[in-house]
Design a protein around this ligand. Sequence first.
Ligand code: DGY
Length: 414
Amino acid sequence: MTSSQVISAEAKQVLITNDRGGYTVPTEGLYPYQWNWDSAVAALGFAQFDVDRAWVEIETLFQGQWDDGMVPHILFHKSDPGYFPGPDVWGCLGPIPSSGIIQPPIAATMARLIWAQDEEAGRARIAALYPKMLKWHSWIMRWRLHRGAVCTTHPWETGRDNAPDWDNTMQRMDASDVGEYTRRDTQHVDSADRPTKFDYDRYVKLVQIGRRLKWDQAAMLAESPFRVADPTMTFTTLRAARDLRTVGQALGADTAILEADIKRLEAGAATLWNPALGSYDSRDVLSGEWAGCVSNASYLCWFAGVENKDMLARLRAVMERVTYPVPSNDTGAESFDARRYWRGPTWAIVNMLIGMGLADMGHVDEANTLAKKTGDLIAEHGFAAYFDPFTGSAAGGGTFTWTAAVWLAWAGGN
Ligand code: DGY
């Protein structure tokens, strides 16, 4: 076996080990449940060696869909005391105990890619998923738009928990009455790689607010102190709308609504362009303030089918300057921290989404370079959650499902 085949065998084993029967945990210990976007990536990984299991992953995720269409960010299939905040803290009443927030809606994109690998047999599977995926998309369009950009109501929704994008908003929040709680994450991994207590208090406070409002979106819109239009949610939702349109057309469905949604989301994406920063950025819709952050999510424009020459020039410069791109924060920013979660480290999953977008939009050299560098990173440093962008050293601990899936589906072929 070549070394690449050895790593592929290991990657496959990571997925199999983290499989809990119908769903996959992001990693043993730290994340013991089904996480929404991790799961979508896991499905794409499974599709490389077991396409039936790939479909099951997404089908299980949609079993947790709420009546109103929302698909939660965590499904607590069976309780695990090693994670906080668990189902008792969220107080949600979906078909499966869950959190009350979402995550970037990449399931539709992954389902479409899986279908491309399983055209005939997969038709019935995607036809059954399509109305559910559409219902979730419509829920986002109904509740989360601001000037066409998609807003997040909790840093965890974006997946980019402690990104500097939320610093100003979090500073303004009062969490003095959050009460006592015990973090579990820092019992699994080094606290220097994780969000601070200041951030965690606010994450928990936002959960308490959502619960008090019974996760009623209209009430949260009126009362929650956290609503930020962000590149992760906006670009992934726009991409999902395009993929749903493609799937809908192939199934013979009327896709006029999606057509209109795509236009609204394209206009929304344009509102995330911060001219002073020269980048896609997050904006707090309550204060109107820009975050002033060039994150790895800023480069998801191509994934959404949005071309931007300035972002391309910026990406090329980052790929020259940084050993293992794409860092989750501008390396020159004051808030840059090479190891702390979303404040600097490189994430293979975001690289894959950026790379897929680059390839789709004809930037094949950049896409190949990014896939190659990501492949080297994983080959040299393992299936970590995230990596120091300069040294490549693994951070966040664990053997991560989505890093293994990224190897199998995208970075391992180089
Ligand atoms: C956590 O608990 O750290 C997660 O990122 C929330 O989704």
